[in-house]
Design a protein around this ligand. Sequence first.
Ligand SMILES: CC(=O)SCCNC(=O)CCNC(=O)[C@H](O)C(C)(C)COP(=O)(O)OP(=O)(O)OC[C@H]1O[C@@H](n2cnc3c(N)ncnc32)[C@H](O)[C@@H]1OP(=O)(O)O
Length: 711
Amino acid sequence: MEKNSIKVFFEPNSVAIIGASPKKENLGRIILDSMQKNYKGRLYVINPNYDEVQGVKSYKSILDIDDEIDIAVIAVDAKKVPDLMLDAGKKGVKGVVIVSGGFAEIDSELGYKLQEEIIEIANKFNMRILGPNCIGIYNSFKGVDTFFLPYERMRRPKSGAISIISQSGALLATLMDWAASKNIGIGKAINFGNKADIDEIDSLEYLGKDEETRVILMYIEGITPGKGYQFVETARKVTSVYRKPIILIKGGKTSRGASAAKSHTASLAGSYEIFKAISKQANIIIANDLEELFDIAKVMSFNLIPKGNRVGIITNSGGHGVIAADTLIENGLSVPEISEKIKEKLKEVFPPRVSLHNPIDFTGDAKSDYYKYVLDLLSENDEVDMFLIIALIQPQTMDLSISNVIFDFSQKHFDKPIAVVTIGAEMGEKLKLMLEEKGVPVFEFPDRASKALAKLYDCRKCSTKRFENCRRISISQESINRAREIIKNALYQNRNKLLENEALDLLNVIGVNTVKYCIVENYDMIKSCIKEINFPVAMKIISEGIIHKSDVGGVILNINNEEELAESYKNIIKNVKYRLPQAKISGVMIQEMAKQGNEIIVGSKFDENFGPIVLFGLGGIYTEVIGDVSMRMSPITDCDAREMIDEIKSVKILEGYRGLEPVDKNAVAEAIMRVGELMLAIPEISEMDINPLIASSLGVKAVDARVILKR
Ligand SMILES: CC(=O)SCCNC(=O)CCNC(=O)[C@H](O)C(C)(C)COP(=O)(O)OP(=O)(O)OC[C@H]1O[C@@H](n2cnc3c(N)ncnc32)[C@H](O)[C@@H]1OP(=O)(O)O
């Protein structure tokens, strides 16, 4: 049965709070208190022990209420929750917010059992569950507030266009409180705790379509297992169709963090590198730490997304201006030179000591009206897309009127985002507060302001990206069946690894080119085997038990004629028998020597959370030493594959660096996609590598491949 939208949680017409009592510390009472402040819908209390709570009649059971109830908020001991849910189901309640803890997150038999029970009841009555173990829902526009933190413990921010999705209730509460202190507007927030039902995807789907949300901030510890690709698709829709940037911070980046995350919300946190790659695929912007998330929230709440990446720096400190320029450029923005036309105008107004480049540096005797003049002039002439305004208060001529100059400018030129840097004793603090009161994003250090502006520009890139013309590659069912036969055969022989020739056969079957090869089982087969292959050739021993063939003399390269070939055959068998007498030799592979090209690697690994992850990079030392690789989860579209190629730092080598011929990127992209599709179609493959895959202007050819199977 299709589940109902979670809209009802944000916009209920009636809410029942189960477990509210007159006691001051009672969670239900705190929720009732918060709801009574701004909620205009109908409120009910369920508690058999009281007749009335805070002026609201208390019912013995939800079934006694003579009204439709949209959502019920449950704040009683976990063991009582299933019975209360049964009543809620009978009553026709559409959704329950379970704030109680004591379910799967405590990692006990009882906890898991209770969680399963409530899921069963919810499914039976087509009810949605938010939680358990959560603080629930917040909608500033409708006064919905199930956060059981009184106002003196958590300030509520003003209403605004930023909405927050958080797996952690406490972190969400901190963010809300901080936003209130900085005058940042938060519209909606949701915390789903254990994710018994509602998760990050439901939340994204709702907030993506929500007209009151412009930006989504997310804190998550792990994507719901098995829903990796759904997450990618939903996030892509939210960012590119609904044009809402998603800024995400992930908890559980390290294994220690991941185990804390697991006990915290019974969630599975995956490897952070994979997560970052998938976020790119999902068109999501990653915040590296909480400070950065908060910085981004600041610039986002006040500004619109810029039209371009040109930043004008206006400063009264040379050093700050230089650091700002460095950081902006390092983070992908441009700090363009001011045009001669504008310079001439500025020269007429300012003394010669003012530096009229970008940064425009007024030096120590800057005045507020200097800033006003330059801001207006550059905006009106469309010389830059954003401003980084550095207004330090120490220089003796600077005064607090700069606050009005900046704010007035922002109101007049709302299409030019700004970030302000200021610091300095009592006056500096005062200026900071004056700006913050108006919601202006203020920073103490230029590098943080610069990074925040860079992320703001990233939002533009995300919202302009398009996915509708991206295509998967299809491998025919017949080919998949043939590939499956190869795998089945190995598993039947009780092997968890394909022999090298089988791995190359598999690649050929799915349409990834390999160099020509043949297998000989005895000396007499050599002549017929070599017919189709031109010299020079390589010879490799085929044996299940030999991992490093070269170490046992099992590889001979550059064989130029039939004579050498016969000699090599004898030598290779002799070498292996001498060095590894117990090895079972399945045959000898004669393989065309690969023509010149770039060695690349295309590999894939099955990830518990996201399924097959495909990896791409230059082969050899680049992969291992520099870690210059890109990853995406399967299925991989042509757009993803092209992005993977262009993302590695050494892409220039593939594009024909210093006279080298550029490789056929389409052929590389196709190999990446085919590996991704194979991994999806045959889950018995747990890992595979094509290394090296030789890429040239003529296409790609696999030389060596390794395929590991799940028994
Ligand atoms: C912050 C984060 O990171 S996420 C948030 C995670 N959630 C939490 O932190 C909450 C943790 N605490 C809990 O889960 C607890 O179980 C609580 C606070 C929900 C309830 O604790 P207890 O007080 O032990 O539960 P209990 O069920 O006995 O009583 C709760 C209230 O419900 C009332 N109540 C009891 N039974 C019922 C019932 N069947 N129907 C309605 N009300 C009931 C009681 O009157 C009681 O109020 P009172 O003590 O003020 O009279």
